[in-house]
Design a protein around this ligand. Structure first.
Ligand code: PLP
Length: 413
């Protein structure tokens, strides 16, 4: 590794932070290229989970006792870390959820209680993960609203001229991802948001694939909602975030009822708690919320700009090596603006067969439709092989992928 970007990061040292990477799979050193599905956890995150249960485990927001106060302070301190990370105006706009899917369902279910109805339109894109399609379809079925779709071009980019035509005074909400998990396309979300706002529509950005790779500023984007998952940013599973602008969250009815989300309960009438608790019914994922803060600290200790620069280098290197090695390579998704995801096919070989052979050689990639069947329908393919890189991956690992693919091609052709 000799380029200036790589010089910013000590990859060997970073890899030492991730115990899981130092193992053999099927007798070969593990090469983990399934980061878009879930990232590995640094030791500080693993230790923080254990520390929580060994030192402050207790329910939050309820007890006057020492442990409960400690747990509450740590949980709320983590909310503040998320606020700073996203540059939200206030911590009350940061809701803890189970993850991106849960965040989107929260918004869809809440808006579905009278804020979106017959005659209204919701716009999604063809680049969406199923979790940013199905909740809106369900809402449309229940409410009589209509779903409109921004198509993509052959590079896997949104067709912004069609988006402009789809927007109208009927549009109530636009829900698009910041970065496509299947293709790596970085969408022009600031422009998408500004265009929607001109028509008076709200915008939800699915940031599941952006927060692991880029600095996100929700105020600069002017996003109405922004969500992401902890497990994709080197943190625990089962925890995620929904950011929402205060005035919108305040106008929205609660999604779930229960403890924590109330001000006063009687059989005649229940009043609800203020933000963020109105949307956090029941005991939250306390350890997950706290350790999400640890994961954010870890990413910041490496540096978001250095991460983005190094991952770009991996993307360019990987793309060039694959193109040079396989004349019949087809990269699906060649957007001008892209993160470290390479989705591809080689000749007529089924991606699943290739994935099985790569696994035998210790290499973890993802095969299939990546929960984005409309993208596969657009390209008229059953799925792809997807290698997705994180900052702990290396160029020698990419070389191993290329060598393993050569073996797989020789076996399957
Ligand atoms: N949106 C995008 C773009 C994703 O990549 C994913 C997961 O792959 C999701 C949503 C769903 O995330 P989760 O399963 O963590 O809720």
């Amino acid at each position: 590794m000799n380029s200036s970007e790589t010089a910013l990061l000590d990859i060997d040292k970073i890899r030492e932070d991730f115990p899981i990477l130092h193992q053999e799979v099927n007798g070969r050193p593990l090469v983990y290229f399934d980061n878009a599905a879930s990232t590995q956890k640094p030791k500080v995150v693993i230790d923080a989970i254990s520390d929580y249960y060994q030192s402050i485990n207790s329910n939050v927001h309820r007890g006057v006792h020492h442990l409960s106060q400690k747990a509450t302070d740590a949980f709320e301190a983590s909310r503040e870390k998320v606020r700073v990370h996203l540059n939200a105006a206030e911590a009350a706009e940061v809701l803890f959820t189970k993850g991106t899917t849960d965040s989107i369902n929260l918004v869809a279910n809440s808006l579905g209680q009278g804020m979106i109805g017959e005659g209204d339109e919701i716009i999604v894109s063809q680049l969406e993960h199923h979790s940013n399609i199905v909740p809106w379809q369900m809402l449309c079925e229940r409410s009589g609203a209509k779903l409109k779709v921004i198509p993509i071009n052959e590079k896997g980019e949104l067709r912004m001229e069609v988006y402009a035509d789809l927007l109208s005074s009927k549009t109530k909400l636009v829900a698009v991802n910041h970065i496509s998990n299947a293709l790596g396309t970085i969408n022009p979300v600031k422009e998408i948001i500004a265009m929607a706002h001109e028509k008076g529509a709200m915008v939800l950005i699915d940031g599941a694939q952006a927060v692991p790779h880029l600095a996100v500023d929700v105020q600069d984007l002017d996003a109405d909602f922004y969500c992401f998952s902890g497990h994709k940013i080197f943190g625990p599973t089962g925890i995620g975030v929904l950011y929402g602008k205060r005035h919108i969250l305040e106008a929205m009815p609660p999604y779930q009822g229960g403890g924590e989300m109330i001000a006063e309960v009687s059989f005649e009438k229940t009043t609800y708690a203020g933000l963020p608790h109105k949307f956090e019914a029941g005991t939250p994922h306390i350890e997950g919320g706290i350790v999400l803060g640890t994961a954010i600290d870890y990413m910041n200790s490496i540096g978001l700009d250095a991460i983005a620069a190094y991952e770009k280098e991996l993307l360019e290197y990987g793309t060039a090596q694959l193109k040079a090695a396989f004349p019949d390579l087809r990269i699906i998704g060649e957007a001008e603006d892209k993160t470290s995801v390479i989705s591809f096919l080689i000749g007529a070989i089924h991606p699943y067969d290739m994935g099985v052979i790569l696994d035998k050689l210790g290499i973890a990639v993802r095969t299939g439709h990546h929960c984005t069947q409309p993208i596969m329908q657009h390209f008229d393919i059953p799925g792809t092989l997807r290698a997705s890189f994180a900052f702990y991956n290396t160029k020698p690992e990419i070389d191993k992928l290329v060598e393993a693919l050569k073996k797989a091609v020789a076996m399957l052709s």
